[in-house]
Design a protein around this ligand. Structure first.
Ligand SMILES: [Fe+2]
Length: 485
């Protein structure tokens, strides 16, 4: 069976570049002062195509510095674990297991919070702090206040600036952890929430009233984990290892040293230890923001999987959740997220009636939904997404949803182009919701290079294109890290 996640623009790049002579066409807005940085998997070693899962590649960040209407540099850097530093012959520091398992460099997102640039990932893997030129400074555990890994999809409350998150980790037993990181970069509140079965909670939603949990039927798979953790020469021990793991995971909290050991035995660039689980009931949980585990109310929904939420908000007594919904996940395709059409979906939760009303907002295949960060948890009019073939395989399209008008605008970037996630940046703090630019990396299969493309968020017309002399492999998430933020 082929593995498309090792081919074309999914294939890793082998070199770290610093490019200061960049050609731009169009006009880069003067209000942009900062860096666009995007994370994604880029295996440092050769991978076994039969085994490799896209989510398991070593992290590499790609960034473009913009100031005074010009692009000053492009850089790409691996996110370095101590293991990678040792392999590369660089000076290593002792592993900080408090920050999470150092399996591979955090590969999923990059954010800026409390003055720190953070490369993020989920599942108990350590996050890392980066410097302004994308070099890794070290593992990050929020000043020791949040050990054991974080998530790639925290939400910054636009009013308080605090960072809310839901974290899953197989070592936590039957629970996930909600946390609030203050504007000082330290956890001010954590809540352990009982959730049996170790579901993969890649994302969550935040409203003004609620923390919203997606307990969906992709769960930790002990057999898969044993295959990863036990090397091939010891294959006969895998069933026993799977038994031990399944006895531990979900029943007790795995002691940190054992969890760290199991995690360390797992190899980067291999299988993902999560699979579709038809016995796991799909449900949505609402927890009041200041509530505890016993305050969560659960609502059953049809089986599906959601990697990414567009946004959520309270509407009277109901809660509106806009998400990209996959019909199922990791049933047959164990190389990446590709099990049919992912489409924009709305769940309206009616707590008083104890039910959820499901509606399809847009049939077009799409992924990587984004909203204006200033309306996170509040009513939103617009949303943006990458057009997809199936799963998260990109097309050349960038989509703009007008959820008030019920319309969708699709911008085709051109033949041979393959889009990524596009991020909205407002032109000024009080700009209207679509007054600003969208930015993202676009691969051009005809040249083998990538561009940083800036679109007018109102019209989706191209504002500027920064040509890169290299390609940026398809990856996951990025953000505009404004200078001084
Ligand atoms: Fe994600």
């Amino acid at each position: 069976m082929g593995n498309e996640y090792v081919e074309g623009n999914y294939a890793p790049v082998r070199t770290e570049h610093t490019v200061t002579e960049l050609k731009a066409t169009g006009r880069i807005p003067e209000y942009l002062d900062g860096r666009y940085v995007r994370n994604g998997p880029n295996p440092i070693a050769d991978v076994d195509p039969d085994a490799y899962h896209w989510f398991m590649g070593d992290g590499m960040v790609h960034g473009v510095r913009i100031r005074d209407g010009r692009a000053e540099w492009y850089r790409n850097r691996w996110v370095r674990t101590s293991r990678m530093r040792m392999a590369a012959g660089e000076i290593s520091r002792p592993p900080n297991h408090r920050a999470g398992v150092e399996l591979y460099g955090a590969n999923t997102n990059v954010i800026r919070h409390a003055g720190h640039d953070l490369a993020l990932v989920e599942g108990g893997i350590a996050s890392y702090e980066l410097d302004h030129e994308l070099d890794t400074m070290g593992p990050w555990d929020f000043g020791g206040t949040l050990p054991g890994g974080y998530t790639a999809h925290p939400k910054a409350d636009p009013v308080t600036g605090e960072l809310h998150a839901v974290t899953h980790y197989f070592g936590q037993g039957n629970r996930v952890r909600y946390s609030v990181i203050g504007t000082d970069g330290r956890a001010r509140r954590t809540v352990d929430i009982q959730v049996p079965g170790m579901p993969m909670m890649h994302d969550f939603s935040l409203t003004e009233k609620y923390v919203v949990l997606y307990d969906l039927p992709v769960t930790f798979d002990a057999r898969q984990a044993a295959r990863i953790a036990v090397p091939r020469p010891l294959r006969p021990l895998r069933p026993a290892a799977a038994l031990v793991l399944s006895a531990l995971v979900g029943r007790v909290r795995v002691p940190d040293p054992i969890a760290a050991m199991v995690g360390a035995r797992m190899r980067a660039n291999e299988n993902l230890p999560f699979r579709w689980n038809p016995r796991h009931q799909a449900r949505i949980g609402l927890m009041p923001r200041e509530g505890g585990s016993s305050d969560v109310r659960w609502f059953e929904v049809e089986p599906c999987y959601v990697f990414h939420t567009l946004n959520a908000h309270d509407a009277g007594d109901t809660v509106v959740l806009d998400v990209v919904r996959h019909p199922r996940m990791f049933v047959k395709d164990l190389h990446g997220p590709n099990e049919g059409t992912a489409a924009l979906h709305r769940w309206t939760v009616h707590p008083a009636a104890g039910k959820v009303v499901e509606a399809r907002l847009d049939d077009r295949p799409q992924e990587f939904p984004r909203v204006d960060d200033r309306v996170v948890g509040r009513p939103h009019r617009y949303g943006y997404a990458m057009g997809a073939l199936t799963g998260a395989i990109p097309t050349d399209a960038v989509l703009k949803h007008d959820l008030r008008a019920g319309t969708v605008t699709s911008r085709a970037l051109g033949r041979g182009k393959e889009a990524g996630e596009f991020v909205f940046v407002p032109s000024r703090p009080d700009a209207a919701e679509d007054e600003g630019v969208l930015m993202g990396f676009v691969y051009d299969a005809t040249t083998g290079h990538s561009d940083l493309v800036l679109l007018d968020a109102a019209t989706l017309e191209t504002v500027a294109t920064v040509g890169l002399p290299v390609r940026v492999p398809h990856g996951f998430h990025g953000n505009w890290l404004a200078t001084g933020s």
